[in-house]
Each structure stands twice: as C-alpha cells, then as structure tokens.
Design a protein around this ligand. Structure first.
Ligand SMILES: Nc1ncnc2c1ncn2[C@@H]1O[C@H](COP(=O)(O)OP(=O)(O)OP(=O)(O)O)[C@@H](O)[C@H]1O
Length: 577
C-alpha cells in the first residue's frame, strides 16, 4: 500500500494533513478540561464573568478545531484523488506498453477492475489514513493522559471496557477480512462475464445461449451480492455491540463517579470532563479498528495493482537503440525466423527466410492457421522471435527503439478498429499533423472517398465505438486509408482486402501501385485470393508454419504444389484470376 503511494502523493500535502489534524485533536482535547473548569469554578460559584471568559476560550478552540478540520479534509481528499489519478495514468501507460504476451497474463476485464474499483479502494483508505489514522492515536494517548489527570481511580474502568472492545474488534476482523478480500475477485468475475456477454451478444443469440449466459451472470451476481450482504451484516452487527460497550462504560463511570463525588473525592465538572474523555478514548479505539478492517481490502487491491506494475516486459529494448535513415531506400529481411507462442507446444513459424526492397510487394498466402498473421505481427515486434533475425534497412529490429520501429511500419490489422471521435481524428491517428489534402488522397487510394464525400459532415463525420456506423468493407477501407496517411517505410495489410468485392480490391491495389510514396516503400499483403497476390513481386506460400513456396505467380503456379492446390480450389469456387 505504501509502496504504491510512493512518488504518487505530495509529501507536503501529507505533512500539512498531519499538522492540521494534530491541531484539530489538540483543540478538541482542550474542550472537556474547559467544560470541567467552567462547571467547577463558574457554574458552582455563580461567577458569570468567569463563565464568559472560559466560554469564549471554548468558542476559540471550537473554531480552531473546525478550521483545522476543513484544512485537513481538503488536503486529505485532494491527496487521495491525486493518488487515484496518478495510479490510473500509470496503469494505463504500463498496459499500453505491454507486449502481446503480457496481455495474455492478466485478463482485460481484470485490468479494467484494477484501474477502477481497486484504485477506489486505495483512495478510500488513503483518506482514512490521512484522517482517522492520524486522529485516533493522538486522541487515544491525549485523552487517556488527561482522563488519568482528572481521576486516577476512574481510569480503572477502561481496564474492562478496552479489552472487551479489542476482543470484539479482533473477532470482527477475523471474519470480515477474508470477505473484504474476496470482493475484488468477485467483482472481476462479474465484469468478465458482463464483458463477454456484451461483446458476444450476437453469437449468444445466434446459438440461443441467452438463458445459459443469463444464468452464468446471475450466478456471479448472486455470489457477489451474498458476500457484500454478509460483510454489511457483520458491520451492522458491530455498531450495536460497540454502542453497548460504550454505554456500559458511561454507566460505570457515572456510578463510580457519583460515589467519588459523594465522598468529595471528585468534582462534578471533572466527572463531566472524564466522561467526554472516555468517549474520545473509545471512539479513537473504534476508529483504529475500522481502519484496520479496511486496510486489508485496500492491501489486496494494492497487490493487484502492483502485479500490473511488476509485469516485466519480455521485450527488451536495446541500450543504445539505433534509428533508421529517413528517405533512404528501404529493405526488409527475414533471416531464418522461427516463432513459438508462449505455452504452445510447437512453433507457429519455422525457418522463414525472404527479403524485399523499396517498391516491392510481398504477398503471403496459405490456409487457415498457416501462420500468415503471426508472420506479419513479427514485423512491428508484437512478439519476439524464437530463432533468427528480422532486419529493416539492414538493422535488426531488436536494436531499434520500439517507437521508431512502429513509425517505420504501417499496419492494417485483420480486424479493422476505429475509435470514437471524428473521422478526421481517426485518419490522423498515425500522423497528427496530416492535412485534409493528405487525408483525401489516402481515402482516394483506399476507395473510401465516395462514401465519405456523400456524408454531409465529410471528414467531421462521427465514428461510433469500434466504427459501428460503417459496414465491414467501409471500415476496412478506412483502416487502409488511416495506414496510408501515416506514410511509413513498410505497409502491412493483414487480409485487409477480403472484405472488399473483386473490383474494389483490384482498383485499390492498382491505386496503391501508382502512389509515389508506396512506390518507395515495401508492401506486405496477406491474402486468401490468388487474384490479390498474383501481381506481387514475391509470393510466400505458407503451410503449417513452414515456408513451402517462394517466388512469383508464374514461377509458383508451375512448380509449387500447395500454390497449385490453392489455385485449383479457387477455380472450383469460380474465384481465381
Ligand atoms: N495468441 C496465440 N497463442 C497461441 N497460439 C496462437 C496464437 N495466435 C495464433 N496461434 C496459433 O498459431 C498458428 C498460426 O496462426 P495465425 O493466426 O498466424 O494463422 P493465419 O494463417 O493468419 O490464419 P487465418 O487465415 O485464419 O487468419 C495457429 O495454429 C494458431 O492456433
């Protein structure tokens, strides 16, 4: 908990909170003594001017206590809010820098709970620490000493009530702590099922699994609710018991106090003050116990957040990362590359070897699961290799700063993802200073100009979450345009043309070939159709992670069996050139 707060809170604010809380408690501790003074020396003797004098002092201490309390609350809540803000930013930054392997280690839903719910738990306890944790010990010690000063004998009452209270709080902690700790994992479970239900709603309906999913969610929901009810019942039970102990203490003090007053061993005012101190002692003891109940839950949350911070990226960045020379002739080379997914039994790619240079198009074709997407995901270093090297412009990509490498590669993923906002913002994603002319040029090549122009808002058109207000083909074309705006050394299209009809596919590729910038870059295309790959300078045929063919369309169709098979299957489907 302290580790997670380190460097994320202002120490000045923490010191300020401690100072103001100390002032508040000292002012509060003075009030009972002044009350006893006013009763003993003012009320009992009928000395009005003395009552006024001490009364004004009491008002002064009360005002001081109020002002100090306000300052403490302000500092405590600002500090806890800032701590939350910093934690959320740091988690987000860390997660955004995860390599793809790390994403597999902590579920997305759990990451969301950690950024929201867990951070809130820590914020709540931070406020408690900056208020109750400071207030309680000072008040406990101060009130005990002052009560002892008022009457030694009466303090013996605490020898019974405090151990009783401690015993009860101990039992409470034992039962409440595991329930509090379980709350976070139960929240994770609810979020996971809810998220899956939302993203997979169409599949769920199509497979008529609505009831199954509803039951699954209900299960998690009931489990969470029962746990929350149990915790709250326990806390609710605690209050009457604590009130009973406090009232019992009060009664005992009054009984023994009356006896002492009867024997003239104590003044009335001192008894009143003693009772107030007794309440302050018991209250601070309870406050400490409450904080002790909440700390383990926040501790569990802190651990979950720390886990995210502790995840070491498997991707090592070179000590002196190299840069690429802008506007130079480019090259891309795979040098006997193999790759195996973490935990997988066999390699997804084995001994892939090819190279390409500026102006060339490399096409990758192969059956489902043959390793096409894996191969292109290795270019922007989403994963690190098992064996071999990938070089861009002759430099091993592990020697490049990751941001420089990602600048050099423009990727159109298999599943086109657009972000909420205007279309212009989406288009500028890879080049924030892109002009409207550049965007229209890219839309032109991507065959997306027509439908954007038809919309009255044009580039200001609103993009809904995930690009939901566009068809699959339109989304794909916009994703292509976005990649083109970025202007990189290498363009990678992961099955990006499959959502397009044959004519649009052919027009788009022809427009790509004519673009000046593309002519100086390397284009890598993953495709299913022979027609899409036929005019590439180099075609790679993948089968079961192996490179079983490498050459031009003419070479491969004469010599390569797998390629011939693909052609045959597509002729049968009437889908070939
Ligand atoms: N994250 C992953 N973890 C483990 N194995 C994976 C992962 N992603 C893919 N694979 C495996 O790697 C192999 C290659 O998958 P890849 O996605 O590269 O195939 P693909 O040729 O692009 O297929 P498709 O045409 O269906 O997209 C498959 O056997 C797949 O099961």
């Amino acid at each position: 908990m302290l580790k997670i707060a380190k460097g994320r809170v202002s120490y000045l604010a923490v010191i300020g909170a401690i100072i103001f809380m100390t002032i508040q408690v000292i002012a509060n501790l003075n009030l009972p003594s002044l009350t006893s003074d006013i009763v003993n020396n003012g009320v009992a003797t009928g000395n009005i001017s003395y009552i006024w004098k001490v009364g004004m002092k009491m008002v002064g201490f009360s005002l001081l206590s109020i002002v100090a309390a306000i300052c403490n609350v302000l500092l405590a809540s600002t500090t806890s809010q800032k701590l939350g803000q910093n934690l959320r930013s740091d988690i987000y930054r860390k997660v955004m820098n995860f390599s793809t392997d790390e994403y597999d280690q902590i579920e997305t839903s759990s990451l969301i709970t950690r950024t929201t719910n867990d951070v809130v738990q820590i914020q709540n306890v931070a406020i408690m620490m900056l208020r109750m944790m400071i207030m309680a010990p000072i008040m406990l010690i101060g009130a005990s000493l002052l009560a002892y000063g008022k009457n030694h004998t009466l303090t013996l009452v605490f020898l019974v009530s405090l151990p009783l209270l401690a015993l009860f709080m101990g039992i409470m902690l034992k039962f409440a702590m595991p329930m509090f700790q379980a709350m976070q994992t139960k929240t994770d479970r609810i979020n996971r099922i809810f998220r899956e239900g939302l993203t997979g709603v169409r599949v769920i309906r199509a497979f008529r699994q609505d009831q199954f999913e509803q039951d699954r969610f209900e299960d998690a929901n009931v489990d969470y609710t029962n746990n929350a009810i149990n915790v709250n019942t326990l806390l609710a039970l605690a209050f009457p018991v604590m009130t009973l102990i406090m009232s019992g203490t009060n009664v005992a003090i009054i009984l023994f106090g009356a006896h002492l007053i009867g024997n003239q061993a104590m003044q009335v005012g001192n008894l009143i003050a003693f009772m107030t101190y007794a309440m302050q002692i018991l209250m601070s003891f309870m406050m400490l116990s409450m904080v002790l109940i909440f700390i383990p839950r926040a501790q569990a949350s802190a651990k979950r957040i720390q886990q995210v911070f502790d995840l070491q990226s498997t991707m090592k960045v070179a000590d002196n990362p190299k840069a690429l020379v802008a506007d130079a002739d480019h090259s891309l080379a795979f040098d006997h590359v193999s790759y195996r997914y973490v935990g997988a039994e066999k390699s997804a790619l084995t001994d892939i070897d090819f190279s390409a240079k500026s102006g060339q198009t490399v096409a990758i074709i192969g059956g489902t699961g043959s390793g096409k997407s894996t191969l292109i995901n290795l270019i922007p270093r989403f994963y690190d290799l098992e064996k071999g090297q990938i070089k861009i412009d002759g430099v091993d990509i592990t020697q490049l700063a990751p941001e420089k490498l990602r600048d050099a590669v423009s990727l159109v993923p298999q599943k086109a993802t657009l972000f909420t906002g205007s279309l212009r913002e989406n288009m500028k994603y890879g080049k924030p200073d892109a002009t409207d002319d550049e965007i229209w040029h890219a839309l032109d090549i991507a065959r997306a100009r027509d439908f954007v122009e038809e919309d009255p808002d044009g580039l200001d058109m609103y993009v809904e979450q995930g690009g939901g207000n566009f068809s699959g083909g339109q989304r794909q074309r916009l994703a292509i345009a976005r990649a083109l705006v970025k202007q990189s050394a290498i363009y990678v299209f992961d099955d990006s043309f499959s959502a397009l009809d044959f004519k649009t596919d052919a027009d788009l590729r022809a427009a790509l070939r004519q673009d000046k910038h593309i002519q100086q870059s390397i284009t890598v295309i993953v495709a299913q159709r022979i027609a899409t790959v036929a005019d590439a300078d180099l075609i790679l045929v993948l089968d079961n992670g192996q490179l079983v063919g490498k050459g031009t369309h003419d070479e491969l169709r004469k010599t390569n069996e797998v390629y011939q098979e693909i052609i045959k299957s597509q002729i049968r489907e009437g889908d070939a050139e």
